[in-house]
Design a protein around this ligand. Structure first.
Ligand SMILES: [Zn+2]
Length: 144
C-alpha cells in the first residue's frame, strides 16, 4: 500500500488521474463560488476558498493554442506531436496533446473531444478532432 519508490504514477493519489483511469474527465469545483478549475489544487484560484469538490466534465472543448514538438524529450512521446492548451466547454483550460490528426491540420478554435489513452501506468486525457456535425458545422461539399 505504501510503496514509496517515488515515480509519478505511484505517487498519484490524484482524483483527476483516478477518474481518467475510469474514462471520466474531472475538474476541481469550488463549493463557495462554483468556479471550475484545472489542475486540481487545495484552494480556489478565484475566491481562495478551501471548500473544493469535483465535477465531471463532458470532455468537449476546442484548441485555444498549440505548438508542434519535432524533437523528442521523452521516449513515450514520438515526434512530431502536438502540445495544446484545450479550452473545455465548461470553462477550465488544460494542457494536453492533440491526437489522431496530422500536426499541420491542427488549428486554433478546432473542436476536440477527449480520448483516454494509456501511457505507461497512467491513462491520460488526450484530445482528438471532434467531427460531430453539431459541434463542427462545415459547408456542404467543402473540405480543406
Ligand atoms: Zn471559489
Amino acid at each position: 500500500m505504501n510503496d514509496t519508490s517515488g515515480t509519478i504514477a505511484e505517487s498519484a493519489a490524484d482524483p483527476f488521474l483516478d477518474a481518467s483511469r475510469e474514462g471520466r474527465l474531472l475538474a476541481a469545483e469550488c463549493r463557495a463560488c462554483l468556479h471550475l478549475f484545472l489542475p486540481f489544487g487545495p484552494v480556489c484560484p478565484r475566491c481562495w476558498s478551501i471548500n473544493i469538490g469535483q465535477r465531471e466534465l463532458s470532455g468537449a472543448g476546442e484548441v485555444a493554442t498549440f505548438t508542434v514538438y519535432r524533437q523528442s524529450y521523452h521516449p513515450d512521446f514520438s515526434v512530431p506531436y502536438v502540445l495544446a492548451l484545450i479550452a473545455l466547454v465548461e470553462g477550465p483550460r488544460m494542457i494536453s496533446n492533440v491526437i489522431d490528426c496530422a500536426p499541420e491540420l491542427v488549428r486554433i478554435g478546432m473542436p476536440v473531444t477527449v480520448r483516454f489513452v494509456p501511457r505507461g501506468d497512467l491513462v491520460l486525457p488526450l484530445f482528438a478532432p471532434d467531427s460531430s456535425p453539431t459541434r463542427n458545422p462545415e459547408p456542404q461539399g467543402e473540405n480543406p
